[in-house]
Design a protein around this ligand. Structure first.
Ligand SMILES: Nc1nc2c(c(=O)[nH]1)N[C@H]1C(S)=C(S)[C@@H](COP(=O)(O)O)O[C@H]1N2
Ligand SMILES: [Mo]
Length: 299
């Protein structure tokens, strides 16, 4: 697998030097960091990654149960090889793309991102992956496409949690096309340089660091380009609490709790809550996407 061998190398080895320098420059301006942490002055909080243990034992993956420990306990039942993603809808080259086809020629890089769940806990995760844009470009997005819809695998034989109607399965998510094409939006295939564990969404999941965690859909089997806003699982379950946009916003509380602060996982029993940042700290990079929108309405 492409990401296997790439993980054994540094970015310098796998990326042409100029491209690497450009990318590093881009990343320096964003909060995501590739090789060598470059702290932006706008970010008061340190990007101190959580431990591998924290990241892989405290999870939300309701297909395997609703307790934080259920995914680590039960997601090993998911068969992740072979894997393919159906890319369809408004694209020039629709089809079933195998995992290996998807990874072929992709530049896998490490990015350290903040991750903020709508439940008001957070982590910092060193993901390995590539930009979603690179995959969408390969499929050839047609000019009338406006949204991207995503679907998780639905496997009652392997997923003990789908026996319960907690959500309308399969788990579905969606982005506006400009959000999907944004350079911060990535498809993750690894954590800490290791193949991504099943509980974190193996073999491939979305990561949108400025949105609440539920937008970052796991174990993706279908990506559809559409001209209408797709239906999404949490929004269907409760539209008042979980908007389509779900940008991290400390000024708009969840109807049942504050979003002004968050608890960073791994800090221990007496850790202080930390302030939640607008767009989860990625305001400089993404605020423009929403410049004409009332973010208290478009939650
Ligand atoms: N298919 C699927 N994707 C999912 C979820 C889920 O239940 N099913 N949970 C979401 C939620 S609420 C969060 S916070 C993140 C958690 O990702 P992590 O377990 O890697 O931290 O995954 C998101 N993606
Ligand atoms: Mo979440």
């Amino acid at each position: 697998m492409a990401n296997r061998w790439k993980n054994d190398l540094t970015l310098d080895d796998v990326t042409p030097r100029q491209a690497f320098l450009n990318r590093r420059q881009i990343m320096a301006g964003m909060a995501g960091v590739t090789v060598g942490a470059i702290a932006g002055p706008a970010f008061a909080q340190e990007l101190e990654p959580n431990s591998y243990e924290d990241i892989t034992s405290y999870n939300n993956y309701y297909e395997f149960g609703t307790d934080k420990g259920d995914p680590a306990r039960y997601a090993s039942a998911l068969t992740t090889k072979p894997w393919s993603i159906k890319i369809d809808g408004l694209v020039d080259r629709p089809g079933d793309y195998s995992f290996d086809q998807i990874m072929e020629g992709m530049t896998v890089e490490q990015r350290i991102y903040r991750f903020r769940c709508v439940e008001a806990w957070s982590m910092v995760v060193p993901w390995d992956g590539f930009e979603l844009k690179d995959l969408l470009d390969r499929a050839g997005v047609q000019s009338d496409a406006k949204y991207v819809a995503f679907e998780t695998a639905y496997r009652p034989d392997e997923m003990r949690g789908v026996a319960y109607p907690v959500l309308d399965w399969p788990y579905r998510e969606g982005l506006r096309l400009d959000e999907a094409m944004h350079p911060l939006t990535m498809m993750a295939t690894g954590i800490y340089g290791k193949t991504i564990p099943n509980q974190n969404g193996a073999p491939i999941r979305l990561v949108v660091p400025w949105k609440y965690g539920f937008k970052s859909i796991k174990s993706i089997v279908r990506i559809t380009l559409t001209d209408t806003q797709p239906k999404t699982s949490w929004n269907m379950a409760n539209a008042r609490e979980y908007g389509f946009y779900s940008n991290v916003n400390p000024e708009v509380d969840h109807p049942r709790w504050t979003q002004a602060t968050e608890r960073k996982i791994g800090g221990g029993l007496f850790a202080k809550r930390q302030p939640t940042l607008m767009f989860n700290g990625y305001e400089k990079e993404v605020a423009d996407l929403y410049r004409d929108m009332d973010l208290s309405k478009f939650i």
